[in-house]
Design a protein around this ligand. Structure first.
Ligand SMILES: [Fe+2]
Ligand SMILES: [Fe+2]
Length: 172
């Protein structure tokens, strides 16, 4: 299986999130703000990329609309949890509590994607298309580094379901 197949890339970024949330615990106080800002931006890029390239295709499968609704609901919950971190003084007890909450909400969501959503997605979308989607995933990340051009607003289930997923490898 290619390393550039979309679910492999999603999983690789989940591992980055697990690592970076864990790493916050050991950072000196003066590095926390920048580290969180970078992680927050990556969470948003990840969510929107999934909403454009993963969930619209999952939604077309049996039970897929329900799963997509759950996924989008989780993304919005993560957005709110991450935004709540920004309301706290960096490094304060309240900040750490908000970070822990965002970490937990995100961890639960990643586990659900990996356990419950990847299998039906892989069954429905063949490997060739998943590799083309992987190229789209990378192109999206290049375009929106640091979440540039992304609003951070809540996603709407109906819009995600109705999204047309581009076909083919963008580099070809
Ligand atoms: Fe997600
Ligand atoms: Fe994800």
């Amino acid at each position: 299986m290619s390393d550039f197949e979309i679910t492999a890339l999603v999983l690789a970024e989940h591992e980055v999130f697990r690592r970076e949330f864990t790493a916050l615990d050991d950072l000196p106080g003066e590095e926390l703000a920048a580290a969180w800002e970078g992680l927050h931006a990556k969470l948003e890029v990840h969510a929107v990329a999934e909403e454009q390239l993963f969930y619209p295709l999952l939604a077309q499968e049996a039970d897929g609309e329900q799963e997509t609704a759950e996924g989008v609901h989780d993304h919005n919950e993560i957005r709110h949890a991450a935004a709540a971190v920004g309301e706290q003084q960096v490094g304060s007890d309240g900040w750490w509590e908000a970070v822990r909450n965002a970490r937990q909400v995100n961890a639960d969501h990643m586990a659900e994607e990996e356990t419950d959503f990847f299998p039906p997605f892989k069954e429905a979308v063949d490997e060739e298309q998943r590799e083309a989607l992987g190229m789209q995933w990378l192109a999206f990340h290049d375009k929106h580094e640091e979440a540039d051009g992304l609003s951070g607003d809540d996603a709407k289930v109906a819009e995600v379901v109705a999204t047309e997923v581009p076909e083919g490898d963008p580099s070809l």
